[in-house]
Write a protein that binds this ligand. Structure first.
Ligand SMILES: Cc1cc2nc3c(=O)[nH]c(=O)nc-3n(C[C@H](O)[C@H](O)[C@H](O)COP(=O)(O)O)c2cc1C
Length: 215
């Protein structure tokens, strides 16, 4: 009888000798880093490193802290560029890491060691290029640059510190040397920069491909 009780089943699973229940402070289990470009009120561009994103079709969803400049900018001007750096760019990303474009720096960010930086291009050593469909510039060094329009912003009921920002890709740019034919990115030439529990990694070895792969 007890064996049918789901709670007992869960307890039994937790007693498995090779597992332990934990209360982690972060759950960054390995997602690509993107550099999110948004438009400042004076027409300059802010760059924010982000790892909470996913893409399906032309929909790109971002998890964005509401005290940061990116959130403020996207609410005022609903456009962005999602720049995707490769592993060789991790130091450019990390140069941006301790900064916010928000002035004054919000108390909670100050507590975490953030300071204000207006010119994120200068500090990161990256280069702006004009976008085609949106106002924020793109980052030339990033092999993939996705111009996008913000479609919906929602703050989840159970949290107060970040928003789920839904965007629609309207123009995709790719470095020529990452292409396979006309419209495919060559997965043997492209590698994302992975944010793995606050450490930067590249991809490991190629393991295989899914039955739907076109390349
Ligand atoms: C690699 C990396 C990934 C990050 N991922 C996120 C994220 O997914 N969402 C977020 O809100 N902040 C993320 N952050 C923190 C922001 O970059 C940080 O809050 C920064 O101050 C935002 O800049 P802004 O205030 O100028 O927009 C990440 C930082 C780093 C270095």
């Amino acid at each position: 009888m007890d064996q049918m009780n789901p709670i007992n089943q869960i307890n039994q699973m937790n007693l498995s000798p090779d597992m332990k229940t934990i209360n982690p402070s972060i759950l960054y289990y390995g997602t690509p880093v993107v550099l999110l470009n948004t438009l400042n009120e004076d027409g300059t561009v802010n760059i924010s490193p982000i790892s909470s994103s996913w893409a399906l079709g032309d929909c790109l969803v971002l998890g964005i802290g509401i005290t940061g400049k990116a959130f403020e900018n996207m609410k005022r001007h609903p456009e962005c560029v999602i720049n995707v750096p490769g592993p060789s760019m991790w130091e450019n990303v990390e140069r941006l890491a301790p900064y916010t474009g928000k002035n004054p720096v919000p108390a909670e960010k100050k507590q975490n060691g953030f300071t204000y930086q207006k010119d994120k291009y200068e500090i990161s050593g990256l280069t702006p290029i004009e976008s085609i469909r949106v106002k924020p510039t793109r980052i030339r060094e990033c092999p993939i640059q996705i111009e996008a329009e913000v479609r919906h912003i929602r703050i989840p009921d159970h949290v107060s510190y970040f928003a789920i920002v839904e965007t629609q890709a309207v123009q995709v740019h790719v470095h020529q040397n990452k292409l396979l034919g006309e419209n495919h990115i060559d997965p043997t030439k492209w590698s994302p920069l992975i944010y793995n529990f606050r450490h930067y990694f590249g991809l490991g070895d190629h393991l295989g491909k899914t039955f739907r792969s076109e390349t």
